[in-house]
Design a protein. Structure first.
Length: 244
């Protein structure tokens, strides 16, 4: 009886639950852009979601970077493995952090132009060089550097085809980075940016707690609530399906 009552209560709460929506960017290209304004239907008596989406784990009120890893980015194997490789290769701590964060936008936010979005997300909280390296790794990935044994990724041939060539703005970003004092920092992200250097090895987030503590300035109000230039982006990762 209790089980049935619980099930009924759950079903009712589901029905009463707010309507979650997707931002236009999620299905842009799949709809007719000339069609009517993208506005999901609102059934009688129901409201749109304006807070937490219950399909996602709820984040603490003052979320930390580690909370975001746990609740929004997990398992984040690619980031953890890249950071572990960077540490094994003897990179300094802040560059290990750069490797740990380099694709954070792909995992939790927006894929297109991920280096730029990722850099903006972390910029208020890390050394300027770390954000710079994250921003530029996106362009550098397309350009080999024999001096450090970095080749054009085989994976890119498979993903984008043999004839893909980076657009002029990416080429310009590469040339800018090539002559910059922090070139090697961004280049080191690409060198350690491997899809799986050892697929059987599980890397735990806890292995990087100290590095995060030393090199990521966690705001006491929590990411999203500290009124930094990136707060709204963290809030969107926390609550991606709010109506507004
Ligand atoms: Fe990347
Ligand atoms: Fe990557």
């Amino acid at each position: 009886m209790t089980e049935r009552a619980d099930a009924l209560e759950f079903q009712m709460s589901q029905e009463l639950d707010r309507i979650a929506v997707r931002s236009v960017i999620y299905d842009s290209g799949e709809r007719d852009p000339a069609g009517p304004l993208h506005r999901p239907p609102q059934p009688e008596g129901r409201f749109f979601l304006m807070s937490h989406d219950r399909r996602l784990p709820e984040m603490p009120g003052q979320p930390t970077l580690i909370d975001f890893f746990r609740y929004r980015l997990a398992p984040a194997s690619h980031l953890l493995q890249s950071a572990a490789l960077a540490r094994r290769n003897g990179l300094e701590e802040k560059l290990v952090l750069a490797c740990l964060l380099h694709d954070i936008s792909i995992l939790g936010f927006i894929r297109s132009d991920h280096g730029y979005w990722g850099a903006q997300l972390v910029e208020p909280y890390v050394d300027e060089e770390v954000a710079w390296a994250i921003r530029h790794h996106q362009a550098l990935r397309f350009y080999p550097d024999a001096s450090v044994g970095y080749d054009y990724p085989e994976a890119y041939r498979k993903l984008f085809g043999e004839d893909y060539r980076p657009e002029p703005h990416i080429d310009a970003a590469y040339r800018h980075a090539r002559n910059h004092k922090w070139y090697m920092s961004a280049r080191m992200i690409t060198v350690n940016d491997l899809y799986a250097f050892d697929p059987d090895t599980t890397v735990e987030l806890e292995e990087f707690t100290d590095i995060i503590g030393r090199h990521f300035r966690q705001p006491k109000e929590g990411l999203g609530f500290d009124n930094s230039p990136a707060s709204h982006m963290w809030r969107t990762i926390n609550w991606p399906t709010r109506y507004l």
